[in-house]
Design a protein. Structure first.
Length: 507
């Protein structure tokens, strides 16, 4: 399996030029670019299983397979266990990396009684309405390996945190209950969740409405949940022995949140669409990007208060109390629809991705936590005077796929050494690789790989092709790539929403 290594060295090209009949081929040989090998994979798609030789998960071939519309990945500290959340089936799948670096399917759970492929959780309902897992958005494993938390909040505007006990040795899960901001899913309901102090009917204003992201403190004593629809960040105390959660406090720019302290004037959505929480390596600050607020915010952790707003950065002058940075026509203008936040291993830089085709580098003061703009990389033509640019994308033969190379970018993943960055790009059905300068934080585009023949060099496109490429990317294993997670030995786990597949990649 995998992408065949392309021979692109100067010596080989020179030799080809000397051989009869090869001069034209050499002249049009693609640049070396990004090379990716698929080491192993698991899928719910029979087409992917056949083309890539993947193992299959529960319900493979059905619309409600364990990996249907897989959107998020979580790994334990060893990176040998990986957990995948699926939207279509409101599911959680347990996977493991076994001998020979083969991905193996362990078990799955669903919150939807219409789902037939995975066992239903206690409190599951039809269409996962007010269920413990309801169109999940993110998951995280506690540092001690004894708990896993899944946050949901999309399909029926749910406000859920589901808790699982986890065997640290083998990774097996057992459902242990849920916490909710929705009174209709409270203790007297079939879901039987504990409710937050600010819980409301349907969850709006609870602090975790449309829960979008989760992060856990290094000591395992606090869990933080972003509420995209509530423009909020909620801190939950965690009992290390049982993994149980209880409300500690929250901050919000939405004045309808009754149990939260409020920032801003209550009108500008400073924290609107908040997600992708990232905790600094020293554990002193949490950062999150707000796609609806065009902001990146800092929160101080610890001390007398569980959360303290430490400021935000924005290109807009109506995002009070944010600090407006730079000129509207400068780098600051790229800080729009910010999402997909990731941090460098040394904690000096943060990177705010955007599905509009930009990545903004933010410099972080490790003493104060304060952020400042550093630079940006963009695939958008209008950014040519403010950001470093990706190469222009060549137009394919049929003229219909002149693509922006970072459009649809999701949360980036930095390599262990911090010198490379991989970005899942849904519009490419593939990955982009960026080089990073550890001193300045600046990014430089290196190349991309795709499962779509039309977007590959085989079809006059910009990206190196997967060996298993297809005419439109479907069944390539990378169709609509949504998430990446680190795996052992410098490998990478990749989730493909369109192909219902989780792959282990060697970049």
């Amino acid at each position: 399996m995998g992408v065949r290594r392309l021979l692109g060295t100067a010596a080989i090209l020179a030799l080809m030029m000397l051989l009869p009949g090869t001069a034209g081929a050499a002249r049009h040989a693609p640049p070396r670019g990004l090379q990716v090998e698929v080491v192993s994979c698991l899928t719910g798609s029979p087409g992917v299983a056949k083309r890539l030789g993947c193992g299959t998960v529960a319900g493979a071939g059905e619309r409600d397979s364990a990996l249907a519309n897989v959107t998020a990945l979580a790994v334990d500290s060893s990176r040998m266990s990986v957990y995948a959340t699926g939207k279509r089936n409101s599911s959680l799948a347990q996977l493991a990396l076994g001998p020979g670096r083969r991905l193996a399917f362990g078990a799955c759970f669903t919150g939807d009684l219409f789902g037939r492929s995975c066992p239903a959780l206690s409190g599951a309902s039809h269409n996962a309405v007010e269920a413990p897992i309801s169109w999940p958005n993110a998951a995280a494993v506690s540092p001690d390996g004894r708990s896993l938390y899944v946050v949901s909040g999309a399909g029926f505007h749910s406000s859920m945190v589901a808790r699982f006990a986890r065997d640290p040795a083998g990774g097996a899960l057992a459902y242990r209950g849920c916490l909710t901001g929705d009174l209709d899913a409270g203790p007297s309901s079939p879901a039987a969740c504990e409710t937050l102090p600010g819980a409301t009917s349907r969850g709006y204003g609870s602090g975790i409405y449309e829960a979008s992201g989760v992060a856990i403190a290094a000591d395992g004593r606090r869990v933080y949940v972003t509420g995209s629809g509530d423009a909020s960040l909620t801190a939950l105390d965690r009992d290390p022995a049982s993994g149980a959660l209880s409300f500690a406090g929250c901050l919000s720019s939405n004045r309808t949140t009754r149990a939260c302290a409020h920032i801003g004037d209550g009108h500008a959505p400073v924290l609107g669409g908040l997600g992708s929480p990232w905790i600094s390596p020293d554990g002193r600050y949490l950062y999150a990007a707000a796609s609806g607020g065009d902001t990146v915010s800092a929160f101080a952790l610890g001390g007398a208060s569980p959360l303290r707003f430490a400021g935000c950065i924005s290109s807009r002058d109506d995002r009070r109390p944010c600090r407006q940075v730079g000129r509207p026509e400068g780098v600051a203008a790229a800080l729009v629809r910010s999402s997909g936040l990731a941090g460098s291993p040394d904690g000096r830089f943060l990177y705010a991705g955007s599905r509009l085709g930009r990545i903004v580098a933010l410099r972080r003061n490790r003493a104060t936590g304060r952020l400042s703009l550093a630079s940006c990389l963009s695939s958008r033509r209008e950014d040519r005077h403010r950001c470093a640019r990706t190469p222009a994308s060549p137009q394919t033969n049929n003229g219909s796929h002149n693509v922006s190379l970072l459009a649809g970018a999701r949360t980036p993943l930095l390599g262990a050494g911090g010198r490379t960055m991989l970005v899942p790009v849904g519009s490419l059905d593939g990955l982009a690789e960026l080089r990073r300068d550890p001193r300045s934080g600046a990014l430089r585009y290196r190349g991309c790989v795709t499962g779509d023949r039309r977007l590959s060099t085989a079809g006059d496109g910009p990206c190196q092709p997967l060996r298993t490429r297809t005419g439109n990317g479907v069944d390539s294993g990378l169709s609509h790539l949504t998430a990446l997670a680190p795996a052992p030995g410098g490998l990478v786990y990749a989730a493909a929403w369109g192909d219902a597949t989780v792959s282990l990649l060697r970049p």
